[in-house]
Design a protein around this ligand. Structure first.
Ligand SMILES: Nc1nc2c(ncn2[C@@H]2O[C@H](COP(=O)(O)OP(=O)(O)OP(=O)(O)O)[C@@H](O)[C@H]2O)c(=O)[nH]1
Ligand SMILES: [Mg+2]
Length: 445
């Protein structure tokens, strides 16, 4: 491993250089093969009958739903890249005990939730082969074994000279990890809520600074394990943020039909919003959905994402009071000659206050799930319905730095809205003229 890692340092530097080159030239095709495996060599190494390998990943326990969605994209593009060399299936980590999902008294606990509840898995597979975790367990027999865990961590010494250098090294584990070897040498720990049944054969910590593809040589050459779990995968960066691969991964993350239907029903029933009139028709096959003309009009309502709860503390310099948020919403309602506002929020009491106090001359809506819907789709499903409805509004305004808002902006890019109706955020009164607009991460096909 040590010698191999030394090599990686050189490879890492090469990678950083290549990333920069890719940013500045239109040369995707030139690099469309694995740069460490010239095509000729690949043909010798891997025959056609190479068995599937499985790439699993997990994210730091405290991270929320929408950052996790972002990490999926990074790993999906890593898996896509690996698939140019040999068959890899990306295993979708079940959703278990997310910090924000705190609704109690549901029929089921919010754990071991498969991706199919929230996303259309066949759509995900159009980007890269994917599989639910339970199907992975079934596919690998009754053994419930993951062969290798790589636990990603930072470098103990931090960035040398404050310079970002791409590198990866096998290192002693720094923090207490979530896995420990039992007396039989089986690695036990957190496996998405399946910890009683599942264990790993090998475990290593890797210090890493780099893009997701820095894992590629390790997965292809350093280990022959048929299943590899990358733990703390959020430490890997997007290979190239905001470019075509990014957007293909993002477009493949289609919400499940049932949740889209619930959102559409709400739009039709309360917001006079239907795809035909709003120009937001959604294709069954996302690969055919190309909306370069940005002709989406959206329903006759302002969509607001009002992130409060922990943001009132964590981002207190950017989160407005309800009163000041209402003032901004009112200006938009007047400007766009609208009467209705849909508010998605983690603070239901706050929305009620907008309705009964600060915006009482307007129609304020929020999505309140039926007991049946809440039991079936839980907090994650409700959040998706909220995002879907905001994504279809004539004009959207979100909360500064919230990944929940970012995902709505992306959804609107997919639907083909003009950018000025999408990249907006609520300002805190004190920010005044310093309240800068969110970056415009526009779609690339
Ligand atoms: N239903 C609903 N839930 C929300 C809303 N805003 C936040 N939440 C909940 O709170 C969570 C927010 O966490 P993240 O998904 O990590 O997004 P974020 O905290 O805004 O962004 P980061 O600071 O980057 O983590 C969501 O996943 C939801 O569970 C909302 O408007 N509606
Ligand atoms: Mg969060």
């Amino acid at each position: 491993m040590a010698a191999y890692v030394a090599n990686l340092k050189t490879l890492g530097a090469l990678f950083a250089l290549l990333s920069v080159l890719l940013l500045f030239c239109d040369c995707h095709d030139q690099f469309d093969h694995d740069v460490f495996n010239p095509p000729g060599k690949q043909k010798v190494s891997f025959g056609a009958a190479k068995p599937n390998r499985y790439l699993l990943y997990d994210v730091n326990i405290g991270e929320g739903f929408n950052l996790r969605r972002d990490v999926h994209m990074r790993l999906a593009n890593l898996a896509k890249s690996l698939n140019k060399v040999e068959p890899w299936i990306l295993v979708l980590p079940p959703w278990s005990y997310l910090y924000h999902w705190q609704t109690e008294d549901l029929e089921n606990e919010q754990f071991r939730i498969p991706w199919s509840l929230f996303f259309d898995v066949p759509s995900l597979s159009k980007h890269v082969p994917v599989m639910e975790f339970v199907d992975f367990l079934a596919a690998t027999g009754s053994k419930n074994v993951i062969e290798q865990i790589y636990y990603l961590q930072h470098y103990k010494e931090g960035w040398e000279d404050g310079r970002f250098e791409e590198k990866i090294d096998a290192r002693e584990c720094i923090e207490r990890q979530r896995y420990e070897a039992d007396e039989e040498g089986k690695w036990r720990g957190w496996f998405f809520g399946y910890h009683e049944d599942v264990y790993a054969l090998r475990f290593e910590c890797l210090s890493v600074q780099g893009h997701a593809r820095i894992m590629e040589p390790i997965l292809l050459r350093n280990t022959t394990a048929s299943s590899v779990l990358i733990a703390r995968a959020e430490n890997l960066l997007h290979d190239i943020y905001g470019e075509r691969d990014y957007w293909e991964a993002r477009r493949s993350m289609v919400f499940s039909k049932n949740l889209r239907d619930i959102g559409d029903k709400f739009r039709a029933e309360f917001l006079n919003s239907t795809d035909d009139i709003d120009g937001t028709h959604f294709e069954d096959d996302w690969t055919k959905m190309v909306r370069k003309d940005r002709s989406a009009v959206g329903g006759p309502y302002i969509g607001v994402h009002l992130r409060r709860k922990d943001y009132l503390r964590a981002h207190k310099e950017h989160v407005p009071t309800l009163k000041h948020a209402a003032k901004q919403i009112k200006q938009l309602l007047k400007k766009y000659k609208l009467e209705k506002v849909f508010v998605a929020s983690d603070d239901v009491a706050g929305v009620d206050k907008l309705r009964t106090k600060f915006l009482k001359n307007y129609q304020v809506y929020n999505f309140v799930p039926s007991k049946e819907v809440l039991n079936k789709y839980m907090d994650g499903g409700v959040a998706i319905v909220d995002q879907w409805i905001c994504a279809h509004a004539r004009y959207f305004i979100g909360t500064h730095l919230s990944t929940f808002s970012f995902r709505i902006q992306e959804e609107r890019e997919i639907l083909g809205f003009p950018t000025k109706t999408t990249f907006n955020r609520l300002c805190k009164e004190e920010e005044g003229k310093d309240c800068e607009r969110p970056s415009k991460w526009t779609i690339v096909y």
